[in-house]
Write a protein that binds this ligand. Structure first.
Ligand code: SAM
Ligand code: SF4
Ligand code: SF4
Length: 280
């Protein structure tokens, strides 16, 4: 069996906000503790990284911010979610118990395949799926995961089609970035266009505008915190997208820079998006 078994997932509508307060998708980020330290990692993942547990209060903030019906999606990433499999399993149970009916996606390097499969199996609605790190699944740009793990995951995908996908091969210039990247040259690395991701709620209670730049503490990304009014977070998310289109992208084009390089190295030259402070 090979990684070719895993399919890429199409991306969904971007920037969707329902009833002025609920985002179609939300990422959850516990910190950058990881069992790898990829030389291109956007979040500086490493065994020395940070890792907090998800709490009921934190998940309550997520539940107030994301679409709760079947269309909603919550994405767990990190760092490596399987390092805290027990807490992730608890968090999925809590989200379901509190009425979240949407999709749950676990971004994982797949090395701890058994823990990853335990996480997928723990969802009472059986709609939790995984997305694997392209480089670690293929061995292009990082040491491949152990074949035993790969075979276990491939067998699961064969038995449960579309339960384990493979991530996008593009490498963006954020965090450790593109300079040290050793994978195939054909992999895209330099778009002027931001992919317009959905934001992140970190386990420390911060709403951050970008999952790729979550370790960048610039004010340009600060949408609010777990105590903020969800309508304020949604407003600030929209303001961030407006800023991407009217300030960030023109700057990237004029200076002939990849989109993520602008966020990583040039933000001090750009005004902060038109954010409002939370009233709560
Ligand atoms: C930061 S990782 C965290 C989850 C897990 N450790 C993993 O590697 O899948 C989440 C996703 O970001 C991707 N990623 C990491 N660095 C990247 C970069 N410089 N450009 C694009 N994607 C990147 C990984 O391939 C992975 O699919
Ligand atoms: S890309 Fe994933 S596996 Fe690699 S260091 Fe970052 S968090 Fe860890
Ligand atoms: S351009 Fe900026 S906001 Fe867009 S993905 Fe890259 S780092 Fe994130």
């Amino acid at each position: 069996m090979t990684f070719m078994q895993f399919k890429e997932r199409p991306s969904r509508a971007k920037g969707v906000i329902e009833a002025d307060r609920r985002l179609l998708e939300l990422h959850l980020y516990p910190g950058n503790a990881c069992n790898r330290a990829c030389d291109f990692c956007t979040v500086f993942g490493s065994p020395q990284g940070d890792g907090s547990d998800y709490s009921p209060e934190l998940l309550d903030a997520a539940l107030q911010t994301v679409v709760l019906g079947a269309q909603g999606t919550i994405k767990f990433y990190g760092g490596e979610p399987t390092l805290k499999a027990k807490n992730v399993i608890w968090a999925i149970g809590y989200l379901r118990q509190q009425g979240f009916q949407g999709a749950i996606v676990i971004y994982s390097n797949g090395i701890q395949a058994e823990q990853l499969l335990q996480i997928l199996a723990a969802d009472p609605l059986q709609t939790t799926t995984a997305s694997l790190n392209y480089s670690i699944a293929t061995g292009d740009g990082a040491p491949q995961m152990p074949l035993q793990s790969l075979n276990l995951l491939a067998a699961h995908e064969q038995a449960h089609p579309e339960s384990i996908a493979i991530g996008h091969p593009a490498i963006v210039d954020s965090g450790r970035g593109v300079d040290p990247f050793t994978g195939a040259e054909a992999r895209p690395q330099d778009s002027h266009l931001c992919p317009h991701c959905y934001p992140v709620l970190t386990a420390k209670g911060q709403f951050h505008a970008c999952p790729f730049a979550v370790e960048n503490q610039s004010p340009h990304f600060q949408l609010g915190n777990a105590q903020s009014d969800p309508a304020t977070v949604a407003h600030n998310f929209r303001a961030f997208f407006d800023w991407l289109d009217t300030v960030h992208q023109p700057y990237a084009v004029t200076h002939n820079l990849p989109a993520c390089t602008v966020c990583w190295k040039h933000l001090e030259e750009l005004p902060v998006p038109n954010f409002v402070e939370s009233q709560t």
